[in-house]
Design a protein around this ligand. Structure first.
Ligand code: SF4
Length: 221
């Protein structure tokens, strides 16, 4: 009887970029499953859960609607509709601050805080796994992720997130220390690629991309 032919692995036809995209897709599925297994059990959609997560990372558990839309990379209309549902579920409430009456904030309720805390537990799974990489690889991975996010922003595929490299306080490669060559003018501190923030509350969006270009160019040097 003729042995059944087995398919040989093909190492030549797929460029590394497509394999990396597959890997990121796998990770995204794991994250989504871990993060929202609990949330779905509570009758929340992923977008509703992401709004709660966005809020719980803020020190005062509150954000404006445009901030939430930018954080989730969705339109303001989608964010607004999602928030309306969360208000009805008593997971968030809307409030105006006395000194900033023109701004409407969305704030987590205690019930919403509890639901968001459940969803943040996925980091308990992912962080130790990332920590198995050597420190230099962790920095390389973070740098690559920042570059991918910036490119998505430049192509207008996602909203601008509050990252150092697009912040007016960011100064790229101004220190001799290879571990901390960058500088945040706001806090007056040096930092390295591994500490680039993805979601800084103090972020001031800049239209001058000199610092971003300098940061990117240095990686090709
Ligand atoms: S203010 Fe925040 S986003 Fe801007 S450079 Fe400083 S740490 Fe980064």
């Amino acid at each position: 009887m003729k042995a059944q032919e087995t398919e040989q692995p093909d190492f030549t036809t797929h460029p590394p970029a497509s394999r990396i995209a597959d890997g990121l897709d796998k990770l995204a599925k794991v994250i989504r499953q871990q993060a929202w297994g609990e949330a779905w059990g509570r009758g929340l959609t992923p977008t509703q859960g992401q709004v709660l997560l966005s809020l719980i990372h803020h020190p005062e558990k509150r954000k404006t609607l445009p901030e939430i839309a930018a954080d989730l990379c969705v339109s303001k209309v989608t964010a607004c509709l999602t928030i309306q549902v969360l208000v009805r579920k008593k997971l968030v409430r809307k409030e105006r601050r006395k000194r900033v009456l023109d701004k409407l904030y969305v704030k987590l309720t205690p019930k919403g805080e509890e639901a968001a805390s459940q969803a943040t537990q996925w980091t308990g799974l992912l962080v130790p796994i990332i920590e198995t990489l050597p420190p230099a690889q962790q920095v390389d991975l973070h740098r690559a992720l920042v570059r991918l996010i910036v490119t998505l922003q430049e192509r207008k595929e996602i909203a601008v997130s509050q990252m150092c490299v697009t912040c007016s306080h960011f100064r790229a490669n101004v220190h001799d220390n290879p571990a901390a060559p960058h500088h945040c003018e706001l806090v007056g501190q040096p930092f390295g690629d591994g500490q680039i923030r993805l979601n800084c509350q103090e972020h001031q969006k800049t239209t001058n991309l000199i610092q971003l270009d300098r940061w990117r160019t240095a990686q090709h040097a």
